[in-house]
Design a protein. Structure first.
Length: 266
């Protein structure tokens, strides 16, 4: 990362939500949020937003939750690991410009298993769940973070990241999807009627210093579930309406992140 890119991002160890210079709202200045892919398979499409997302990861995983040690933070304030280069990275930016900068309020990634020589992290952490290796082209969702002062909006950010990852995996044939999660995430999945299968009992994961379980999700089943599940039908239908599906859950959104904001004509 160049010095210019470093200077464009505000970083403080005490501030969980970093700010970033960004042009993502140029095409739709009325939008409240933008959700998009900042990097994939080692190719960084949006360097400043991608760096800010890794700063958010450091703030949350190192400072807030103490999942990682202090020395996991790099000199530029970011947190990264070897799995970043084989992952697709999603970020959520809030259109709340202060002195030309915007808030990076959510991030997550899908780690892609390209071959059996490089297993997913969940295979290493929960070997008991894999009598057979996870399939090539399966993925693992990780570094799932949403931070916002308002709890409703924070929940919408979380749900929108789930939607975008599920649609991306489904449309690109990346199945099944795995995740190493805490209880609060499985409660969220239950609340919105998101189907998942627990594949290993909860246990302490030393590198995260917390108890986690392993789960498996079929993105294609999530899409089918939208039409069949009455309990979560309203919220899920809004998340997976035809316009959103066409955009793979990405783009500009209003203040709930439920419906896309049309791009303003030039």
């Amino acid at each position: 990362m160049s010095i210019a890119e470093q200077d464009s991002i505000s970083f403080s160890p005490e501030a969980f939500i970093p700010s970033v210079e960004s042009a993502v709202f140029t095409a739709s200045p009325e939008a409240t949020f933008w959700l998009g892919i900042t990097a994939s398979s080692g190719e960084i499409m949006l360097p400043q937003e991608h760096t800010a997302s890794r700063i958010l990861r450091a703030n949350v995983y190192i400072d807030e939750n103490r999942f990682l040690p202090d020395d996991a933070r790099r000199p530029d304030g970011t947190e990264t690991d070897d799995d970043d280069v084989r992952a697709t990275h999603f970020s959520v930016v809030e259109n709340s410009a202060t002195h030309g900068k915007f808030n990076l309020v959510g991030t997550s990634r899908l780690i892609h298993k390209h071959d059996h020589a490089n297993p997913l992290p969940v295979e290493r952490l929960f070997p008991e769940a894999f009598p057979e290796p996870a399939a090539v082209n399966s993925v693992e969702a990780s570094r799932f973070i949403a931070r916002y002062p308002d709890r409703f909006t924070q929940s919408a950010i979380s749900l929108s990241l789930i939607r975008a990852k599920a649609l991306h995996a489904h449309q690109n044939g990346l199945e099944p999807a795995y995740a190493v999660v805490e209880d609060h995430l499985t409660r969220l999945f239950d609340k919105i009627g998101l189907p998942f299968e627990q594949i290993a009992d909860k246990k302490m994961i030393p590198e995260y210093q917390t108890e986690n379980m392993a789960i498996r999700i079929q993105p294609s089943e999530i899409i089918k579930h939208v039409a069949a599940d009455k309990l979560g039908e309203k919220i899920l239908t809004m998340f997976f309406n035809s316009t959103v599906v066409d955009s793979a859950g990405l783009g500009h959104f209003d203040n709930t992140l439920l419906s896309p904001v049309p791009t303003r004509a030039a």
